[in-house]
Design a protein around this ligand. Structure first.
Ligand SMILES: [Zn+2]
Length: 207
């Protein structure tokens, strides 16, 4: 029984490594690439090579940074920006959270970030050593902020992580805050669950 040629099946196997790409989607993408103009595949290939070669975690905050030829330690554009408020850090779980805060309403966040790289999860074997906790403490030792906002989720792992980090930060003289949790902007109360309503009540503010 004939199958696709070897280069084609290699491409299929490579595509199958990607998240949410199953056998059928991989085949569809491969067929598209094989039939497309050569420039389409070449552009994709060179973008993949560039990302693998140039994108590294920022030395300070862990966000994505672009390495220039010959550089070993790289800072992201945020850490390089002298106009940023270094007294306020926002601690996030994932690098893509940084982009969300940068795009937040009101001009985005103007302080610095620290990307933790995940959340504590004893059940999944994720302890402080698996996260960027040591780099956080090292960074606090050199240029400590006044306040760190723990911008973690309100799930069990997020709570566990916040409870673990808060004392470590406080004993170094850093104020610790958490994001307010509550109702989505522009929505009515009818879609709010009881937990969210509870948080919204507890986090109410005077107007
Ligand atoms: Zn950075």
């Amino acid at each position: 029984m004939a199958d696709y040629p070897p280069s084609f099946t290699d491409l299929l196997a490579a595509l199958r490594q990607l998240p949410s790409v199953g056998a059928r989607s991989a085949e569809r993408l491969a067929l598209f690439l094989v039939d497309a103009k050569p420039e389409v595949g070449a552009r994709l290939a060179s973008a993949l090579v560039a990302v693998a070669r140039n994108i590294v975690p920022c030395r300070d905050c862990g966000f994505y940074a672009e390495r220039e030829e010959g550089e070993s330690e790289v800072l992201c554009p945020i850490c390089r920006d002298a106009g940023r408020d270094g007294s306020l850090w926002c601690l996030v779980e994932r690098a893509d959270d940084v982009v969300k805060f940068e795009k937040a309403a009101g001009g985005g966040f103007r302080g610095l970030y620290h990307v933790l790289g995940g959340k504590l999860s004893p059940l999944e074997g994720i302890g402080p050593e698996e996260l960027r906790v040591a780099p956080l403490l090292a960074r606090l030792g050199t240029r400590p902020p006044k306040e760190v906002i723990l911008a973690l989720g309100t799930d069990v792992e997020g709570e566990t992580t916040a409870l673990y980090l808060a004392p470590l930060l406080k004993e170094r003289g850093v104020a610790v805050s958490r994001l307010a949790t509550g109702l989505p902007a522009g929505g009515g109360l009818e879609f709010a669950d009881s937990v969210t309503l509870g948080y919204a009540l507890a986090g109410r503010r005077e107007i």
